[in-house]
Design a protein around this ligand. Structure first.
Ligand code: ATP
Ligand code: MG
Length: 261
């Protein structure tokens, strides 16, 4: 069953068509990656799915709910979560506090519960703290829990972004170039973590430039070029597709797709 369905999604900025009639779906438990050269429209497509940009045309369905044009916070409440460089926002918090803030969207306490500091407030806080401990262990950040976010290394800050997103209990996690700027070992570790996350039940939509990583981790790949979906298929189908090869190498004749649509 598809968790996410994107149909005919189009974004026009003034005279520029950044995303043109893109359709694909993400099934529960899959890792689907978006690839394409710089400026191909990957981030714009993400923004239309997460509610940061309204589509010019097209439809986005998440878990059978039409979420086209919804505000970002409403989309996030449904479990469609994305990472930002939140560590910048959280620089005055400790690592543990930042992840605790990430649990906020799942709280069932009302403002009155918080003011009254009643039993419901404390049991919710306890639940959140346990979840934070679990996430910090999972992401190997436990030793750094009392560090200020700004004190973490660049690589650790990228891991923290994912830890904060995990706190919101995502059903679908959208990651825009999560390993950008990391060295080879750090990239591999983070990708392993993303893969484990998928095995724990989180569906993932990923933007990534490193083709080796994309090919290893993805179940299916959407290849964009100048805003158009030139291929949607398995890693094997995408790597052997002439339009994809042409987009990346700028050569070869377009003799049609091979196995993807
Ligand atoms: N808010 C905007 N206003 C106008 N044009 C925009 C806006 N956002 C993106 N664009 C343009 O849309 C096109 C697609 O940009 P986008 O950022 O989606 O590409 P991308 O595939 O994510 O690229 P990269 O790999 O460099 O991150 C680009 O030509 C970009 O300049
Ligand atoms: Mg981008």
């Amino acid at each position: 069953m598809s968790l996410l369905e994107v149909r005919g999604l189009t974004k026009i900025f003034g005279g520029l068509t950044a995303v043109k009639d893109v359709s694909f779906d993400v099934k529960k438990g899959e890792i689907v990656s978006l690839i394409g050269p710089n400026g191909a429209g990957k981030t714009t497509l993400f923004s239309m799915v997460t509610g940061l940009e309204k589509p010019t045309y097209g439809k986005v369905t998440f878990n059978n709910t039409d979420i086209t044009g919804w505000e970002a916070y409403k989309v996030a409440n449904l479990g469609l979560v994305t990472t930002f460089q939140k560590t910048k926002v959280f620089s005055s918090l400790t690592v543990e506090e930042a992840v605790l803030v990430g649990t906020h969207s799942k709280h069932k306490t009302t403002t009155l519960d918080i003011i009254l500091r009643n039993k419901k407030f404390y049991s919710e806080l306890e639940r959140s703290k346990n979840k934070v401990t679990e996430i910090l262990e999972y992401t190997k950040l436990s030793d750094k829990k009392d560090f200020m976010c700004a004190e973490l290394s660049y690589g650790e800050q990228r891991v923290l972004e994912i830890a904060v997103a995990m706190a919101a209990e995502p059903r679908l996690l959208l990651l825009d170039e999560p390993v950008a700027g990391l060295n080879h070992t750090e990239s591999k570790e983070l990708m392993n973590m993303i893969n484990d996350l998928r095995h724990s039940g989180v569906t993932i939509l990923l933007i990534e430039h490193d083709m080796d990583l994309v090919m290893k981790i993805s179940d299916r790949i959407v290849a964009l070029n100048f805003g158009e979906n030139i291929c949607f298929g398995t890693p094997q189908e995408v790597t052997s597709n002439v339009r994809v090869i042409e987009a990346y190498l700028g050569s070869g004749e377009d003799v049609g797709g091979s196995g993807c649509y």
